[in-house]
Design a protein around this ligand. Structure first.
Ligand code: PLP
Length: 373
């Protein structure tokens, strides 16, 4: 779709509903230039120049839908910090890296990361509808946007056919839902011809930043390739909109089990009450909170990072006060590709022989007989 030159701002009220809800229209009209963002959010020349400089290092894009959400909710820092470039991103911090999880090393075939025995991560593209400022694959989000070529996809399929221990593929990126239905259908069809692949999992942020991507046709297509799981990257209760609700119910009605992935971010969601509201809200949208990730040490994100102790305290609050259904795992990805590790404050100590001393959330101690004769 061709974009008008010098587009300033698209008021929700000026766009016919069918167009607003057309995902390719939303995609074509993303805000991708500092000047546009400046015009939309009334920024001064210095702020615009800063965004321009930051965006040269890490791409910027915001859908009209998400920009409208920021407007509607009164520009809360929690949404702002996730998508608007911050000059702090340019600070070089020796503790941070561009590929903190050493994904490149575990990638023998381009775009395929095989770290855990039974599952493989496929990076379909480096394109996203919105470029999150906390992205942990920032190495893919600079320069121009690229997609996998058909030859690269063929190499994946060959790898997957040859590795019979792989039971699951995780389609990620970039955002895998940036591919058209037709292209996804072709890939899923080929994956389904590999008998030992049991589970197909998507990791996507589009239901949150471009919920209109979840069309009836898309759901119908996914349904043909069951079992398909879909995990949604969401970080704040303000992102729980009616549009997201519609998208999730459509997917759930099509038999797609939904999970969520949340990144713990300073000044965005590092607060027990906020996360409790998010996880409870997700359950109502038929999304099972799956993981709360400790932020990876990615270059350009120092200003969004928080401590593991903070995360543990938040999890204690959640565990003590929230339905077990609404609780995600709190997970940190160890450096150098050593993999994900679940974190939780120990709620027990070793007592005398055969006794474990439990520490209930209500306080005190509860000695527990281990039960071995
Ligand atoms: C996170 C991740 C997975 C998926 O891990 P789960 O614990 O199954 O969610 C798979 N491969 C790589 C390389 C990952 O980083």
């Amino acid at each position: 779709m061709k974009r008008e030159p010098k587009l300033k701002w698209i008021e929700r009220s000026q766009v016919p509903d069918h167009q607003w809800r057309d995902w390719s229209w939303q995609w074509a009209y993303r805000l991708t230039e500092a000047a546009q963002i400046g015009a939309v959010f009334d920024l001064d020349a210095e702020q615009i120049a800063q965004i321009e400089e930051t965006a040269r290092r890490f791409r910027v894009a915001i859908t009209p839908y998400y920009a409208d959400l920021i407007h509607r909710t009164g520009r809360p820092a929690a949404l702002w910090k996730q998508v608007i470039p911050d000059p702090a991103e340019l600070d070089d911090d020796p503790r941070l890296s561009l590929d903190p999880l050493s994904e490149q090393r575990d990638s023998l075939v381009k775009g395929l990361v095989h770290r855990y025995t039974d599952r493989v991560l496929l990076l379909l593209t480096d394109r996203c509808a919105v470029y999150c400022r906390h992205c942990n694959r920032r190495r893919l989000a600079s320069g121009s946007e690229h997609d996998r070529t058909p030859i690269e996809v063929e190499l994946w399929l060959r790898y997957l056919r040859d590795h019979k221990q792989v039971r699951e593929v995780i389609l990620s990126g970039g955002d895998p839902l940036s591919w058209s239905d037709e292209r996804l259908n072709k890939l899923l069809t080929k994956l389904r011809q590999i008998a030992h692949l049991e589970i197909i999992r998507f990791g996507t942020r589009l239901p949150v930043v471009l919920p209109f991507r979840i069309t009836d046709d898309f759901c119908k297509m996914l349904k043909r390739h069951q079992p398909v799981y879909l995990n949604i990257h969401i970080n704040h209760p303000l992102e729980l909109t009616i549009e997201l609700h519609e998208a999730c119910w459509k997917l759930a009605d099509s038999g797609i089990p939904l999970g969520s992935q949340t990144v713990l971010l300073k000044g965005v969601n590092d607060d027990g009450a906020i996360l409790q509201e998010l996880f409870r809200g997700l359950l109502k949208m038929r999304v099972k909170p799956y993981c709360l990730y400790h932020p990876d040490p990615v270059q350009g994100t120092a200003h969004l990072r928080t401590s593991i102790q903070k995360g543990l305290d938040i999890m204690d609050f959640l565990i003590a006060n929230t339905s077990g259904l609404a609780l995600p795992h709190y997970v940190v990805d160890a450096p150098d590709g050593k993999g994900k590790i679940p974190l939780q404050n120990p709620r027990h100590t070793q007592g005398s022989e055969g006794v474990t001393v439990l520490k209930p959330f209500s306080g005190g101690a509860a000695p527990y007989d281990d039960g071995e004769a």
